[in-house]
Design a protein around this ligand. Structure first.
Ligand code: FES
Ligand SMILES: [Fe+2]
Length: 443
């Protein structure tokens, strides 16, 4: 059932005062990677349609304040970090992290005028190499400590792409577990065919993924969708109809918009900062180096001529989202069986908006520090299902080789780590089977 124009507006608009904007202001949002402040400690950011300035002062404190000085509106993104706070470049008014003016160096000595000056200021926190902001009413709930941001001995790197489309288009990809068969199978192969016809270089990893990946099946597959306390989960029966079912859990959605390592942050109504938060935790006992700051890089969106790229997995997803338009017209859709989870998630969003509009607290909000430790949103807890992660078998070509990770500044380190881990595991398997043989011989 297609949506009405009003329903589509209500689901997509995130500005202050809109129903979705009010719902989303209950949650913490990533606004930058910590690594981005290394290059420049002051940065303009836009989140939920609000223009703000993020800074780290010389005392190491983070602040997130309105982007215009209260004096005569100069842009604070050009401000000077002070020992405590940020100074406007024009006449030096200084603001602390709450947006309170704390100094007006050119005003008469003893003037108390500064005490009456306050601009917007929002709480910020750092977790897992990302800087998170809370734009809602005080008191702020806890920043949820999901396992991927806290897990020890884990290799992390973060990719980001600014996409020219509404956040819900990105999110709804997570409700669509069957697009892989086409977009990352058939379409990928077609892209490679076109590239080869044009004499462009195609990587071995791309060819291997496109031709050997297990998204290849394209017949009908049964789906199951279910809500759970953190959001929505879903499963695909990987067996063809009529055979013994093999249910595998597909990417879950953690309310409101995180799906595993993919976080599609609503920048405004028509822009989404798509973060791919990548982690690798060795299965053997090898140590992972702990960098001072988690590396961040921009995933390429277009080639030198400005033509969009399609030759890696996430770029194909990106195309599927932004080519729907800046805010897709959901009155024109024809939803089918495979959209089961998309429909379910829209319903969930509507219900949560209603709760907030009626003055209640929406789902997946954390208040108790004791229950906010390494929150685990998977894997499948059902006897009839396994998680996709369990399916990963050792191979010389990890799946990430055909995706965003290949552009990472620490890609070589990741590959080394992966291969060492695989070697140690293989050796361990050999030794344990030797032991087994020993025992048999001794008997
Ligand atoms: S405009 Fe900022 S101090 Fe004057
Ligand atoms: Fe995809």
């Amino acid at each position: 059932m297609a949506l009405t124009a009003e329903e589509n507006e209500r689901l997509t608009r995130v500005g202050p005062g809109t129903p979705m904007g009010r719902l989303l202001r209950w949650y913490w949002h990533p606004i930058a990677a910590s690594a981005q402040l290394l290059e420049n400690p002051v940065r303009k950011v836009r989140i939920l349609g609000e223009d703000l300035v993020l800074y780290r002062d010389r005392g190491g404190r983070l602040g997130l304040i309105g982007d215009r000085c209260a004096h005569r509106a100069t842009g604070l993104q050009y401000g000077i970090p002070d020992e405590e706070g940020l100074r406007c470049p024009y006449h030096g008014w200084r603001y602390d992290g709450r947006g309170q003016c704390t100094d007006q160096p050119l005003e008469p000595p003893g003037s108390m005028f500064k005490e009456r000056i306050r601009i917007t200021g929002y709480p910020v926190e750092e977790l897992g190499g990302l800087i998170w902001a809370y734009l809602g009413e005080a008191p702020a709930p806890l920043l949820p400590r999901w396992d991927q941001f806290e897990r020890p001995n884990t290799f992390r790197h973060i990719a980001g792409t600014m996409l020219p489309c509404n956040w819900l288009q990105c999110l709804e990809n997570g409700g669509d577990p069957r697009h892989g068969a086409y977009l990352h199978g058939h379409f990928y192969r077609y892209v490679i065919e076109r590239m080869q016809a044009e004499g462009k270089e195609v990587t071995e990893e791309a060819i291997r993924f496109a031709f050997e990946n297990d998204y290849g099946f394209q017949e009908f597959r049964e789906l199951r969708v279910e809500r759970f306390p953190y959001g929505q989960r879903k499963w695909v029966n990987h067996a063809p109809p009529g055979e013994e079912p093999r249910w595998l859990e597909h990417t879950i959605v953690v309310f409101p918009y995180m799906r595993g390592g993919q976080i599609g942050v609503p920048v405004d109504d028509t822009h989404t900062w798509h973060i791919i938060y990548m982690t690798y935790t060795p299965k053997s006992s090898i140590d992972v180096p702990d960098p001072e700051v988690v590396p961040y890089f921009e995933a390429p969106f277009a080639d030198e001529r400005g033509e969009p790229l399609f030759d890696y997995i996430t770029a194909q997803d990106h195309m599927a989202w932004w080519s729907q338009g800046d805010i897709t017209d959901r009155t024109k859709e024809h939803l089918a069986y495979t959209d089961m989870a998309v429909v379910g998630y829209r319903q969930l969003l509507k219900e949560q908006m209603d709760i907030v509009v009626e003055g209640g607290e929406p789902m997946n909000i954390f208040h108790d520090p004791a229950s906010n430790v390494r929150l685990d949103h998977g894997p499948a807890r059902y006897p009839w299902a396994r998680s996709l992660a369990d399916r990963e078998t050792p191979s010389s070509q990890p799946r990430f080789a055909a995706d965003t990770a290949q552009f990472s500044p620490v890609y070589r380190q990741l590959l080394d780590l992966y291969h060492t881990d695989q070697e140690v595991l293989a050796r361990r398997r050999e030794t344990s089977s030797d032991d087994g043989e020993e025992k048999i011989r001794r008997r």
